[in-house]
Design a protein around this ligand. Structure first.
Ligand code: AFP
Length: 318
């Protein structure tokens, strides 16, 4: 009797099963994604149980590090080391590229805990990951990612992953026995947004194009959905099947001249997921996926979500 006869599809496909049978992930990439998901289970548990106090240290960008930031960064590092599959990684909490196993075939870029300033308010927060095939992330473009994934720690812990190449964007939920099981497969983003999610709104005082974009969204009577955590705000778009999120710069002399968000571990992975879901991501002049990564701390403007809205806002802010 063949394997197919003796092993019917499970009623609740788990992440590992889905990566093998649906995404046809190669062996090592599948192991790496599953290892990252294991780290996120510990992070999810830590968020439920750890004091959300400051660690008293500052990260590379001068921001206060929460104890949970440090913990999440350490946990992910431990799982990457254990995997033996990763030659280097870039983390929001580390100033430089961190070298790991010279034999490893992959590099991973990540924000271990995005939205961590919201922890004490008990808002949803998340972890973001992009995976590249070799160690040369600087000089690459996010289109070269072989997978992107995020985990959203909200009332429920959700994991969304894609291996690109038309394999789709899939959502899993962490169940009570600690398994990520399939919740919805093939999340999609429609062409027109009913919801808008405007970040770095302080830029409208110095960037008239951004002001026009916000005015047009209000005139169109779109619904505002903005939490202050990129993972939660973009998950809202993928979950509802439409929406547009922006983080636009205020130009020279402003707090964030090029927008607040980092190209390599925030915008790149989300752009990969959005395009795979049928949406778009632009910096105002070009697709985020085609924008070269020049440094670890490079910031970029981003408009992401429903294609028509991304296009119209890009024409105003570029
Ligand atoms: P923290 O990780 O410091 O909380 O920042 C979250 C974030 O990088 C991203 O998730 C949000 O979209 C963005 O900052 C929010 O920025 P504003 O506070 O300027 O709206």
């Amino acid at each position: 009797m063949g394997k197919a006869d003796s092993c019917p599809a499970p009623t609740k496909p788990n992440l590992n099963w889905h990566l093998i049978n649906h995404s046809k992930a190669d062996h090592d990439l599948r192991h790496l994604i599953v290892d990252l998901s294991r780290a996120c289970k510990y992070i999810s548990y830590a968020i439920q149980t750890t004091e959300a106090g400051l660690a008293g240290t500052k990260n590379e960008f001068g921001e206060d590090q929460l104890a949970l930031d440090v913990l999440a960064d350490n946990l992910i590092r431990e799982f990457l080391c254990e995997s033996g599959l990763v030659c280097c990684y870039i983390s929001e909490e580390q100033p430089d590229i961190v070298e790991l196993d010279p034999e490893g075939q992959y590099s991973v870029v990540f924000d271990p805990l995005d939205g961590s300033s919201l922890v004490d308010a008990n808002f949803a927060i998340g972890s973001i990951f992009g995976i590249y095939k070799d160690g040369n992330v600087i000089g690459a473009t996010p289109r070269e990612q072989v997978a992107a994934m995020y985990v959203l720690y909200g009332p429920r812990t959700l994991l969304v992953v894609s291996l690109g190449n038309g394999k789709g964007v899939h959502e899993f939920i962490l169940n009570d026995v600690g398994e990520f099981v399939l919740l919805r497969d093939h999340l999609g983003i429609g062409d027109d947004a009913k919801n808008y999610s405007p970040g770095n709104l302080r830029a409208i005082t110095t960037n008239p194009g951004y002001k026009k974009a916000i005015d047009s969204w209000q005139e169109e009577e779109k619904t505002l959905r903005y939490s202050g955590c990129m993972v939660a705000d973009i998950h809202h778009i993928l979950s509802k099947g439409q929406g547009v999120f922006s983080n636009i710069g205020g130009g020279e002399g402003s707090k964030y001249p090029d927008g607040k968000l980092r190209h390599v571990f925030e915008c790149g992975p989300f752009a990969f997921l959005a395009e795979e879901a049928g949406g778009a991501a632009s910096d105002g002049t070009m697709a985020i996926l085609d924008k070269e990564i020049t440094s670890v701390d490079q910031r970029t403007q981003i408009i992401i979500g429903s294609k028509n809205d991304v296009e119209s806002v890009a024409s105003l802010v570029s």
